[in-house]
Design a protein around this ligand. Structure first.
Ligand SMILES: [Zn+2]
Length: 344
């Protein structure tokens, strides 16, 4: 009986937390986060919408396959905590998902480890007052390039809302619509923005410059590693950065702030290492699309090696998963402290 109650409670928590918000009034969905932009649809009161994320007071929602923007005050959202990360946005990218399991060792799927650690992290960040944007929700299948596209969209929206210059606003509005098209149509429209191995596209260059206008958004991509070689057993935490090292292969991709990315990766690495009691193997520059196609302070975290017995134990233990999440949370706070952008 007790077990049944626990199960009910768990189900309630699981589904209770992810219930879509309802509209409070008759709610207009706009094409862009502005009441002067094109109206896409009006939704009646007390109707569910799917919320993907919010930026300032604007919510990106989907209703009957129409995605657009509405003022968050039109939705019955839970009140936000006020804390050390109030006013900051953290984009949490839980690696792999859905049809893409990532690495598999002893029937343990990488995507599930990444999900668990991400969920704890999201909980802690929200308690700190942060605005959390998830690239993949639950066990959704997400195209690789959707991940940096969501990061770029958040950057564009933030700049769009902040700018009062109407010419500049229109230009950023076009960028938002193009990014929406990529999320909508995926690979078919990719070549015009992300052009692997060719000169950097002018529009992506604009997005990279817009990213330099803001200092309150960071991006973490959460993964677990495998050595893939039975003769070597690697162990520990790897922090991966992408920076101007990729410019040789991708002309024009030299607009990153390497120092900022390095600072972010190092601070995160040290904090995760001490919280989760795991050896920090290295912080290094590699070439990863998820980091290459956006220009935020961003790091891909490989939490540990699934084919190392000691690491796998940590990766699958809920207390250690919480410790990993605490380490990332503390690292993010310390990063914002180091860049002197905390308001409290
Ligand atoms: Zn992975």
């Amino acid at each position: 009986m007790k077990q049944k109650i626990v199960l009910f409670l768990m189900l309630f928590l699981l589904f209770g937390c992810s219930v879509d918000p309802k509209t409070i009034n008759n709610t207009i969905i706009y094409e862009l986060p502005s009441t002067t932009s094109k109206e896409l649809i009006t939704i009646p009161e007390n109707t569910n919408v799917v919320l993907s994320f919010k930026v300032y007071n604007w919510c990106r929602v989907t209703y009957q396959e129409i995605t657009g923007y509405t003022e968050c005050s039109n939705l019955d959202l839970p009140p936000e905590e006020i804390g050390v990360l109030s006013g900051k946005t953290v984009i949490v990218d839980a690696g792999h998902g859905g049809k893409d399991n990532g690495a598999i060792v002893d029937n343990v799927l990488e995507k599930d480890i990444n999900r668990k650690v991400s969920d704890y992290l999201i909980e802690y960040l929200k308690e700190d007052g942060a605005n959390v944007v998830e690239t993949r929700k639950n066990d959704e299948t997400l195209y690789l390039y959707d991940r940096p596209t969501i990061a770029n969209l958040v950057v564009a929206i933030e700049n769009y809302i902040r700018t009062t210059n109407s010419g500049k606003k229109d230009a950023i509005g076009t960028i938002i619509l193009d990014l929406e098209a990529i999320l909508n149509d995926g690979v078919d429209v990719l070549p015009y923005l992300y052009r692997k191995g060719e000169d950097m596209n002018e529009e992506l260059k604009e997005i990279f410059e817009l990213t330099n206008q803001i200092d309150d958004v960071v991006f973490v991509s959460i993964h677990s590693n495998v050595t893939g070689n039975e003769e070597v057993s690697l162990q520990g935490l790897d922090m991966i950065l992408t920076g101007n090292n990729v410019a040789e292969e991708y002309p024009g991709y030299d607009l990153y702030n390497d120092a900022e990315r390095e600072l972010f990766g190092n601070i995160l690495g040290q904090n995760i290492s001490s919280e989760a009691d795991i050896n920090l193997r290295r912080v290094y520059f590699g070439d990863y699309a998820v980091l290459r196609e956006e220009n935020l302070p961003s790091t891909l975290i490989e939490l540990g090696y699934m084919d190392n017995e000691e690491d796998l134990k940590k990766l699958t233990d809920s207390d250690s998963q919480k410790a990993y999440a605490r380490g990332i949370e503390k690292g993010i706070i310390e990063y914002f402290e180091a860049t002197k952008t905390l308001t409290q």
